[in-house]
Design a protein around this ligand. Structure first.
Ligand SMILES: Nc1nc2c(c(=O)[nH]1)N[C@H]1C(S)=C(S)[C@@H](COP(=O)(O)OP(=O)(O)OC[C@H]3O[C@@H](n4cnc5c(=O)[nH]c(N)nc54)[C@H](O)[C@@H]3O)O[C@H]1N2
Ligand SMILES: Nc1nc2c(c(=O)[nH]1)N[C@H]1C(S)=C(S)[C@@H](COP(=O)(O)OP(=O)(O)OC[C@H]3O[C@@H](n4cnc5c(=O)[nH]c(N)nc54)[C@H](O)[C@@H]3O)O[C@H]1N2
Ligand SMILES: [Mo]
Length: 769
């Protein structure tokens, strides 16, 4: 590969989940970065990828926790994160780790290795950390894996029962051009947060969601945003402030009006759906004595009953698209808002018509609503996992704390394995998991924790063996994401920091010590060519002609073109449901699911239903001062990535991740804009800084995710503003076992300690020799 990039006169590009960039290497210092010319709306996040501030938090050398190095696996696990590391040579670290794999596999078997290793890592099909670690662990006999993701677990499990998998649906969301022509009313639960549409996993191409929404606005679409916050829309819209976690009650009341005012499309419900007859008695209150009237819903969700009734009528009278954001299902009973969205859209009878029906996540990613011609891009092959034991991804703390305990998932029973070794590459559980004080306890259980990371994240600091990894600027790769328009040659523009290595080279070196063939004799160049060749064949099969590898690499880009669509979701099903059934047991949209019903789960019965979450503004147990905490995705970074960059830091207030609070709640508590505050509940306490904002409804707080977790282990206070210090680590339900981060009550008050504890999130750990 070396030389190919240099020999070309064309632009040098790189790609990240947040988009495509042009890179100009500098004779001295970091390369300069600008948005790719093709992208008229590049994300500012990428402009700071090579910043010097990020180098200050890089891991330079393989590092081993002192007690682990001196006394072996399992030594003083409570000292993780509290004692110094010893920097060692690569050969020392790799020899130790190879021996540890031999010990764990021969003593406990491969079921004692947790390699789920959830996380977004970086764009690039070859240096994809998950594929790298999973391939390695498969070759040594397998590992305990995970299913689903933090993003969409409840949705991913329920939607196939109701209509089709999220993969199928996300591949065919009605395109923005179709909505501009046909949609007269766009009703969204959770906005269309274009901050989130900066991303697509694998690399966003041209950023198009803002333009797509504005084109709809220009064409006359009216927007209603049902959300606890109002700054999540790129167009003018009516804001209906909804209490968090209560959307299902509101949706039921909309359905009640459709049913009782004879506005429901009975023809469509008969021809394309099954089970409405089982749902209707619940809706009308025949089964539980509670009619789901607008007045009933208003008392729960906080929206005026008359407006609920009139909105239902407007929805029936318009070509209406209903959108639901993924955040709604990252909550206890998160299955229900997704199932109820499908039910409501089915009652309107516009599914499969241009501009009508439903969307699950317009705004969640750049690709949603922009379906470029799809073909399967090549990947780094992971091989087969001989171990079948798995966990639903967000049950990691449960697994570590309760080996042998049983759990249910999608109607079946399983039990948790007894984990001795945890390997994480490409994720940051001490950002992404809920109730991090609980995870800290669970983290003391394994005997060995290994982390591959470019940066000294909280997770790296809490490991036993830390192996320094390159960033995508320090290696060659190819970016390609489903539904996106640009395939990018990601060219190496910097030398690896310190002694960092590619994940690939780390696993290859480990594999050699264990006498297995990880690389198949190919290096980076060889693998990129192989992955590209597979992609090119797959593209050809779909009638897309990709150039040969040399031509592609020299050009630096393969452009599928900015035009996408027109796409109408479930159009074929609408025209002929018999010939084009949806992949449910009945081939129809299931408003009542015999399958889900047969699981006999108290927390997820056979049709959509309103459940009170354990923590919400209407909870009887709610403390008078408690508010509902929303922990949404951050504007200035992807999760915890690049939190040390100038762009992310510019969003902090007094060095802390800010918490947004309504003027009324702030005044009640004597909190002024910019004040340091303490946010707490029985699970934990954190320090943040208040931003007093009209964009937040009273009763609600917003603290975005991703501030590097900075727990003071002596006083048990998190100093940087990481919301997972206080979130709830219980499953969405016994159906999906999904993450329920958005179900969370907290109290907030001005911080009284003076001086405030300084932020240490970006300090590197202590080292000893
Ligand atoms: N409270 C709350 N919590 C949440 C959410 C929420 O809404 N609220 N959202 C959840 C969701 S949807 C998600 S998807 C998760 C995201 O959680 P994660 O995906 O774990 O978060 P990232 O910060 O993207 O972590 C990726 C890590 O990989 C590292 N990395 C990057 N490139 C490489 C590489 O090439 N090799 C290796 N070895 N490492 C690399 C990065 O430095 C970073 O530390 O968070 C979840 N957590
Ligand atoms: N910039 C940036 N973009 C990202 C990410 C990132 O970290 N940074 N992460 C990516 C990932 S992994 C994912 S999964 C997607 C997630 O995409 P989403 O899940 O859609 O993202 P959120 O920002 O958590 O929430 C979207 C909106 O829902 C609102 N909301 C929260 N709770 C409720 C509720 O109970 N009812 C209603 N009606 N609204 C509610 C929030 O206030 C917010 O405005 O985003 C992706 N995009
Ligand atoms: Mo996610």
């Amino acid at each position: 590969m070396t030389g190919l990039g240099k020999a070309s006169n064309s632009k040098i590009r790189t790609a990240a989940h947040w988009g495509v960039y042009e890179v100009v290497p500098q004779p001295v210092g970091s390369p300069s970065i600008r948005g790719a010319a093709e992208d008229s709306d590049p994300s500012p996040i990428g402009l700071h990828m090579a910043s010097g501030d990020l180098k200050k938090v890089r891991i330079a050398r393989p590092s081993v926790r002192r007690s682990w190095l001196e006394n072996g696996p399992g030594s003083s696990p409570h000292l993780r994160g509290r004692e110094p590391f010893v920097e060692v040579e690569w050969d020392v670290a790799l020899d130790l780790l190879a021996r540890e794999f031999e010990r764990v596999c021969s003593t406990f078997g491969n079921e004692a290795i947790f390699g789920g290793s959830y996380g977004w890592a970086s764009a690039g099909r070859f240096h994809h950390a998950q594929s790298q670690v999973h391939r390695f662990l498969n070759l040594i006999g397998g590992y305990v894996s995970h299913v689903d993701n933090y993003s969409l677990a409840a949705g991913r499990v329920i939607l196939p029962h109701a209509v089709a998998s999220t993969e199928i649906l996300l591949d065919q969301h009605t395109s923005f051009d179709v909505m501009a022509r046909h949609t007269t009313l766009f009703v969204t639960f959770g906005g269309v947060p274009v901050k989130n549409a900066q991303m697509s996993p694998g690399g966003a191409g041209r950023h198009r969601v803002t333009a797509g929404m504005r084109a709809m606005e220009k064409a006359g679409t009216r927007f209603v945003n049902i959300s606890p916050v109002c700054d999540n829309m790129p167009v003018d819209s009516e804001w209906l402030a909804v209490r968090p976690n209560t959307d299902v009650a509101l949706m039921l009341a909309l359905a009640f009006v459709l049913e009782t005012e004879n506005l429901a499309d009975r023809v469509f419900l008969n021809s394309h759906c099954t089970g409405y007859g089982r749902f209707r008695p619940y809706l009308l209150g025949h089964t539980d004595g509670i009619a789901k009237t607008p007045e009933w819903a208003s008392a729960i969700c906080g929206i005026d009953a008359d407006r609920i009734a009139s909105l239902a009528r407007e929805m029936a009278a318009s070509r209406t698209m209903i959108n639901v954001s993924w955040s709604l299902q990252r909550a206890v009973h998160g299955e229900q808002p997704f199932w109820m969205t499908v039910t409501l859209a089915a009652m309107l009878g516009q599914i499969g018509l241009p501009g009508g029906g439903f969307g699950v996540g317009y705004g969640a990613l750049n690709s949603v609503g922009h379906d470029n011609a799809r073909f399967k891009f090549g990947t780094f092959p992971q091989g087969r996992n001989p171990v079948s034991t798995f966990i639903p991804v967000a049950r990691v703390a449960d697994m570590l704390l309760n080996p042998g305990a049983s759990f249910t998932y999608n109607g079946k029973n399983y039990s948790y394995p007894d984990i001795r070794l945890v390997y994480w590459a490409g994720g940051n559980p001490f950002h992404h998991h809920q109730d991090l004080n609980r995870l800290l306890k669970a983290w003391e259980k394994p005997e060995t924790i290994v982390v591959n990371e470019p940066y000294w994240t909280s997770t790296a600091k809490l490991a036993d063996i830390v192996l320094p990894v390159t960033t995508s600027l320090e290696r060659n790769d190819i970016a390609a994401a489903g539904g996106e328009d640009l395939v990018v040659a990601m060219k190496k523009v910097e030398e690896p920091f310190g002694q960092s290595r590619n994940d690939f080279d780390i696993f290859d070196a480990l594999a050699k010590r264990l006498e297995i063939n990880f690389s198949e004799g190919l290096d980076e160049d060889g693998w990129l060519r192989r992955i590209y060749a597979v992609s090119r064949d797959n593209a050809a099969a779909r009638g897309i002609a990709m150039p040969d590898f040399e031509t592609f690499w020299k050009a630096g880009l393969f452009d599928l073109g900015p035009e996408a669509g027109p796409v109408v979701m479930l159009e074929a099903f609408r025209h002929a449901p018999g010939a084009n059934p949806v992949p449910t047991p009945s081939g129809l949209i299931e408003i009542f699911s015999e399958t889900v019903d047969s699981f006999a789960l108290a927390d997820c019965p056979g049709h959509p239903i309103w459940f009170e979450p354990p923590e919400w503004l209407g909870a009887a147990s709610r403390g008078e001062q408690e508010l509902h905490l929303i922990s949404d995705q951050p504007v200035r970074r992807l999760h915890s990535q690049l939190d040390a960059s100038p762009h992310s830091k510019a969003g902090k207030v007094a060095g802390r991740e800010p918490i947004h609070i309504s003027p009324a709640d702030a005044a009640d508590r004597g909190i002024a804009d910019g004040d340091l505050v303490e946010v707490f509940n029985t699970r934990g306490r954190l320090i943040s800084a208040a931003v007093v904002s009209d964009a937040i409804m009273p009763g609600v707080l917003r603290l975005s995710t991703g501030a590097w977790f900075d727990m003071d282990r002596d006083s048990n206070i998190e100093r940087h503003g990481n919301p997972n210090t206080v979130t709830l680590d219980i499953p969405a339900s016994s159906l999906s076992q999904g993450c329920s981060a958005q179900t969370c009550l907290v109290a907030i008050r001005r911080l009284d300690s003076d001086p405030p504890p300084p932020v240490q999130a970006f300090n590197t750990p202590d080292f000893t020799s």
